[in-house]
Design a protein. Structure first.
Lengths: 151, 83
């Protein structure tokens, strides 16, 4: 008796035309009843194969409403059609000003502490303080000599 | 048994469309109408009831019988290779 009653609601379940209570009842029955499950699955396959939903079409009414709103906004001055050059002018100017501000606000590239004095202090002062630079790279013997001259 | 197109195929083949037409033409006008309204036009039960001037329970019962009939006819067509 219950099987017959629930079987009648199988297709309504598929069509989502059942209340929440009925839906739970039929779903629970499908879990247990092989015959009802097969009937449900078979129809599902048939629909998927032969009765596919049509592709959504553009609603003419929707397009018409949108175009009406566009015309209203255009008439009221909300939308102003400007030449291309004018439209690009504001963004380009804004970009230029932003770049200028970034350039100005950048910190100086010189280091806070000059390393020149440190290098001179650590090196052989006599040679560098006199401003003597070798045109050719020093030979190994010269370097040894310099080291030996250190006090 | 004829192999029908895969369910995930977004387009129906001409053969499938012909088969639907043939099966539907074998149904009674009442069943053909209710199946067309529901499966092709996508009407709800309420809308079908309004179109066919009957109650919701009647729509439910007719649709169930129409689907069973359609399935039987389809099985007959596919089984006999009459396509």
């Amino acid at each position: 008796m219950d099987h017959k009653r629930l079987k009648k609601n199988l297709f309504a379940l598929y069509d989502r035309e059942l209340s929440a209570t009925e839906r739970c009842e039929v779903l629970a029955h499908i879990e247990d009843c092989l015959e009802c499950r097969q009937t449900y699955t078979n129809w599902e396959k048939i629909v998927k194969t032969f009765f596919r939903p049509p592709l959504p079409q553009t609603s003419e009414l929707f397009v018409q409403r949108v175009m009406e709103q566009v015309e209203i906004l255009s008439d009221s001055g909300w939308i102003r059609w400007q030449p291309v050059a004018t439209r690009w002018l504001v963004p380009v100017l804004g970009l230029g000003i932003a770049a200028l501000l970034i350039f100005i606000s950048l910190p100086s590239q010189e280091p806070v502490i000059s390393t020149e004095g440190l290098l001179l202090a650590n090196g052989p002062e006599r040679i560098f303080s006199q401003g003597v630079f070798l045109r050719e790279p020093p030979q190994t013997d010269d370097l040894v000599t310099i080291v030996l001259e250190e006090p | 048994m004829r192999v029908i197109s895969a369910p995930h195929d977004p387009t129906l083949t001409q053969e499938d469309t012909d088969l639907i037409k043939r099966v539907l033409s074998c149904l009674s006008p009442e069943y053909r109408m209710i199946l067309t309204l529901r499966e092709i036009q996508g009407f709800s039960y309420q809308e079908i009831a309004a179109v066919m001037h009957c109650s919701l329970d009647s729509v439910k019962a007719r649709l169930r019988r129409a689907r069973q009939d359609f399935e039987e006819k389809l099985r007959h067509f596919l089984g006999s290779g009459n396509v």
